[in-house]
Design a protein around this ligand. Sequence first.
Ligand code: 5GP
Length: 350
Amino acid sequence: MMNEGLLSFCEKLPKVELHAHLNGSISDETLLELSQASGLPEEELVELHNIVKNMKCRSLKECFKIFDIIHKVTVKPSIIRRAAMDVIKDFANDGVVYLELRSTPRRVEGSMTKKEYINAVIDSIRESRNIHPIIVKLIISIDRKAGVLEAEENLQLAIEAKEIHPDIVVGVDFSGNPAIGAFDGFIPVLEKAHKSGFPLALHCAEVPSVEETENILNLKPERLGHGTCFHPDAGGTQELWNALISAKIPVELCLTSNVMTATVKDYKNHHFDYLYKHGHPIVLGTDDKGVFSTSLSAEYCIAAKTFELNNDQLWQLSYDSINYAFASDYEKEKLREIFKEWKQKLLNTA
Ligand code: 5GP
């Protein structure tokens, strides 16, 4: 059971979401609505509805099966636009004031090119500016399962989109099933992304893999996703852990995602604890709020209850997240003002 006062504080707290995959963030309601428009045959629609009703990942493998099902629904630009609009609205309603959505450009034979996919997301981001008090950016994802050629193509599309929309397209992500595909082949693509001016947010050490983790650290990414298996207690090594701590690379931590996919045992054993105690830069994220039935407020609440954080510490955790955003200095300053004003108002009413 959530403590009502704590949940209400976490909902009102201005928050920064830096780790949210678009397709995994679509709520059940939106997904079911969109499935009607997807043109799925009747039997597949019924199957999808059953899966959505019982959606629960118990492993990373199951989680990736669910993404495949969601991708059967998000098959044309109008659906992508609507999905992105709803996801942005959900985050804004949850008190998120700055959101970096990440997504893998997808081509669907006969109904959508990758460029149309990207443009649909960008259109929604622009439109949402007039509706919600939230800054939204786009990070272009590279799916390791799709291979190096697709990665090169996605990077090229990201470069072109950034030229036209430099205020929206802000980074490159590396994600997808960590059990598939050797990392080495992607190194030149990610180096090129860096040279092209993109900060990198790379999924890293979701499963134990010392060599891959070292290779990722060598790229000096701006942020790491999950970072589950650095510590020797979690399948990593002392050397890896020391390297992470001394590199001070901010880690995006997704508590519920890691517990639901069983990459960590339970909340208490989440590496949030080690990193927070070391004063390492961290930011809480939802990962896939639709698939994991969570929200950023819920994640703050869970962190507070599990690691005994008080309201001041929660505010500070959220405030410090601004430092790691791929936003402009001007936008970061504006965000800091919003946070300070919110805190001042709270003190005035106490
Ligand atoms: P999309 O990129 O289609 O908008 O969002 C879903 C995709 O994000 C998935 O197919 C997968 O490639 C990636 N993704 C979502 N959650 C995770 C995660 O926890 N770990 C990894 N490695 N990739 C993820």
